[in-house]
Design a protein around this ligand. Sequence first.
Ligand SMILES: NC(=O)c1ccc[n+]([C@@H]2O[C@H](COP(=O)([O-])OP(=O)(O)OC[C@H]3O[C@@H](n4cnc5c(N)ncnc54)[C@H](OP(=O)(O)O)[C@@H]3O)[C@@H](O)[C@H]2O)c1
Length: 231
Amino acid sequence: MSVELEGNILVTGANRGIGLELIKQLAVKMGGEAHIYACCREPEGPGAEALREVATKCPGKITIIKLDVADEDSMSTAARTVSEKIAAGGLNLLINNAAINKPASPAPLSATTKKDMMDVYETNVVGPFVLAKVLLPLLQRAAEKDSSAKDNGNKMSCRRAAIINLSTMVSSIEKCPETFSTAQMYPYRTSKAALNMLTRCQALDFKNHNILVAAIHPGWVRTEMGGAEVR
Ligand SMILES: NC(=O)c1ccc[n+]([C@@H]2O[C@H](COP(=O)([O-])OP(=O)(O)OC[C@H]3O[C@@H](n4cnc5c(N)ncnc54)[C@H](OP(=O)(O)O)[C@@H]3O)[C@@H](O)[C@H]2O)c1
């Protein structure tokens, strides 16, 4: 069944990997009222060429926004820019996709530094935390606008107002004995476990505003982070 998307969607780390593919897939399903804010660190740089091509193919439908999720000022500026563009509308869906994995997999303990821990935590946990906070008024606006959703029994949904945090199976405390031997990745695993808790807290907190918050594991995907072969 073909489902047409409406509303405003913001995706971080949209210039490559899963983020870029999300933009491509969402663009195909966009209805007349939908708009995508595709965020990346260097919109003008060579690393965003593929994203610029997708945006060019969908005139007026995709806006590329400069956003570094490890930089608070960058997140505030991006939130202001999106708010001005959305005007009276709200933000229906925030997808926190950007993340890093340092040092490179298999990232054994011996190769992992305190700086790796701090950098990965800053990007993978603090970034999604700050971004959700600065975009909350826009998400609330979308949730309030769509009061008809409640009447249809659709109290919370990605169509109304939602945050999706990209997590991973290797963040599972329960599954750690099964997955640890494949790659230690202390910074990545612990940051994503913290992201899971952030998601749980936000879900309870933002429920009062009818904003859905969920974490998903996309499965293994062949990207720069995922690597060439399934592990
Ligand atoms: N691939 C998998 O198998 C897999 C499995 C489970 C979960 N995931 C999750 O899925 C998400 C996407 O993964 P991926 O495989 O697509 O990774 P990827 O190919 O390495 O892409 C990561 C993206 O995040 C961006 N990014 C990194 N640091 C950033 C920052 N400070 N500010 C803004 N953007 C930043 C990168 O932009 P630059 O080009 O500027 O570096 C890039 O666009 C991640 O959250 C990851 O944990 C992936």
